[in-house]
Structure formats: C-alpha cells, structure tokens
Design a protein around this ligand. Sequence first.
Ligand SMILES: [Zn+2]
Length: 475
Amino acid sequence: MLKHVSLWLALTAVLSGLASAADYSKFTTPGLAKAQITHSDIAPLISYYQQQNWLEVTELGRSVEQRPVYLLKIGHGERKVLAWSQMHGDEPTATAAIFDLLAIIDAQQQQHAATGKGGPAWLDEISLYLIPMLNPDGAERNSRYNALGIDVNRDALALQTPEGQLLMQAAKKIKPHYGFNLHDQNRYHGAGDNKKPATISLLAPAYNEARQINPSRHAAMQLISAVKPLLDKAIPEQLGRYDDEYSMRSFGDTFSGMGISTVLVEAGGNYNDPFRQLARQLNVQLYLRWLELISSGSYRDYDLSGYNSIPMNNSGGMKDLIISNINLPKVDGKGVLARVDLAFTAGGNGRGSAGLDEIGDARIYGAYHSLDASGMAYQAGKAYPLVKPLQLTTDNYLKLLADGYSHFSGDAGLLSNNSGLPVAINPRGVNGPWPQRHASTTFLLSKDNKVQLAVINGRLIRLADGSLIDPFGGN
Ligand SMILES: [Zn+2]
C-alpha cells in the first residue's frame, strides 16, 4: 500500500510539473541508461505494451536487416501527434525517454482502472503515435547510418531506405498536425556563448531556403516558446537553438513543408552524465508538457519571443578538457616563452581517443573538465625503453613519471601494467620543447623542476597521490 501511495504521489508530481529527479526515477525504465540501446533492449518492453489494452502496438514494417519497426498509438483525439526516435542509430536518448513516458501513462492507466480516476487528460483530445527506434540496424552497429550506410535523415526525398519509407508512409497515412523529431547531438555543442553544454537544443525546422514562417512553422515555434520557461528553470544557460539552415533532404524540413508543425529535439551532453540521463528526463518533461499544451491549445498564447531568445548552438563550443595557463619554456629551458591553454576533445562523437584541438587562448570555450596549471611548465617526457619484461606497479610507475619519463618505447608486449593507471607506448607528438596540435596528448607538467602532473593520452595523473582524472571516459 505504501508503495502505491508513493507511486501515486510521484505520478501527481510528475504530471503537475513539480517533480524532482527522484519522482522521475520511479518511472525510469530499467536497463536503458547506457551508451548504446539496441532492438533487443526494447523488444521485451514492446512485448509488455502489446499486452496492455490502453494502446495499440503494430509492426510498421522492417528494416534492411528485417528488424521490426513499431508504431504505438495512444489516445483517440482529433489532434494527431507523431514522434519518432533513433532514426540515427547511435542517438538513443529519446528512445529511453519514450519508454519512460509510456511507464508514466501505464501508471496513470492502472490508477484509472483501479479507482476510475486519474487517466491522462489528453486522451480524448490527442491521438499520439510513437515510433521508438526507427533505425534498429544502425542501433545494432551503434552507427548513425542504416545497414546500407545511408543517413535516413537525408533520405526524405529519395526514399531509398526502408526506414525512411516507413516514416514517410506513416506520416502520409496518419497526417499528423504535429511532429517530434527526436535526436542526440554531439556533446561539443555549447549553448550560445554561455560556455556550457547545450543539454537540450530545439528547432522549428525551415521548409524553404528563405526560412519563412508559415502557420505550421509558427505553431512549432510557439510550442518551443511555451516550454522555454520549464527548460530555463531546469537547465539554466544549457538550452540551445539548433541551426535552422534549410536541409531539403531531411525529414523535419520535409514534414515542415507538408504542413506538419515539426519540432526537432536534440538531447545533448551534461557534466558527469555520460549516458545523458538529464536530457532523457527533460525529454519526458517536454513530452508531457507538449501533450498538455496541444491538448488545451494553450501554446497559441505564446509569441515567438521565447523561441527567438534561445541562444544558437555553438558547435565546438565545448571541450572535454582544458588545461589553462601552461608555461612554455624557452628553447634553452631558461625562462618562459609563452603562456598557453591546451584544449582537448575525444573526437568520434566522444568515442575516439584524446586529441589536442587547440593551443593558445581557450577562454571562449567551456569544458567538461578543466585544470588551471598556473605556475606549471610544459615538459616533454623521456621515453623509457622496453628491452626486458617490466612489471609496472603504481609505485614504480609514479617514480618513473617523477624522474621525467612520460611514455615507453619499444615492444609493448614486454610491459605488464598493474598500476591501474594509463600508460603511453610509442606515442606521437612527444618530442620537442612545445606541444604540437593534433599530436601531443602525452607530456608532463612541472613546477620548480619537479613533475606535478603527468598527462598520458589526455588522462591526468597527479603525482602527489597517484589520483587519476579521466576526461574521456564519457563526460
Ligand atoms: Zn540525429
């Protein structure tokens, strides 16, 4: 009974928009907080919802590799809403959010069945159609593209992918008034010049080169204006507006041209949140609020000032790691030649290895991890030659680093690393007195000729206590 009471309280809070993260966590579908979500993750959830009588689950069709793509229909109102997620297979955040939304509706429906009260208010006004994971083959590969290597979101005109065909067929059959195009963006998008990540970015996509505003695009902009206060409160300075350059091959722009009021939602990065659980929860909040706004029509009370005041996405405005105020030594080692910041990103949408993007003044960027190295000097490390088997422990490794060795050279097979710390073997960009762009990720930082910090493939080891900061293990 207590459990039911707490669930009911959480449900009430979630629906009234006053929920805490703990309230939302009660409706967080287990098993989806991870970097890659595949068809096998959602298959049991689909089976569960196929057995519930408050929604219709149909197989819309199949992907290139014959994985099923599902269409879920909830409600029976005249206002039709179509939302689809993961048309880019490596962008799973909204798929998790869709299942969280379903968990909330499921709880409401169970409450309604038990008490005759508390069903979703919008069911009579809206027919909600959901396509979770439009591109299951891409999801399987953790790839943006489908199994043919085609970007489904550049296939809205040519319609050569089964996945793109399914989405277009669904749109033509359902004739939605509203469309929600649910994506993830790379974590290096900042929100304007806030030096903070764009954890959510929104856009009412253009339907022509001139980026005109017709009634349906106007409505999409109003829907965004209407949720801006919610996001300003939840993520101050971390809301961005996606670039509205017309992209004729994309579904959002094409649907916008078909008179569907389309909103693009991009889930983005956040500090210490590698699986984007904040963006996931915000997606759920947005869906609930939009259902309310569409159901009542009250979004029409909003003008476009909210939309227009959202700062544009700042592509590349965020870095994984910035080490600032490093002294570069003069060639003779006597005195300081320049003082610079070093900015690193992992590349590969966060899955690659560390790279040194920029040397110089990095004050315009935000960073997921930053370190002020004032008073420390760049020092190229020496190579420790591997000529016989070497058992590396934390103690002997820290001693090597303190002695000015930053990396190993020779046969990697001779090294057994039991230190629990990263090592660099035959790295690039380690020679010369100064760091090199796109090369140096392994070097030492010293103060008064004593090594303080070792940067090993972009990971930071503090010599004083052997502690490690890994800016590239997620964000
Ligand atoms: Zn995408």
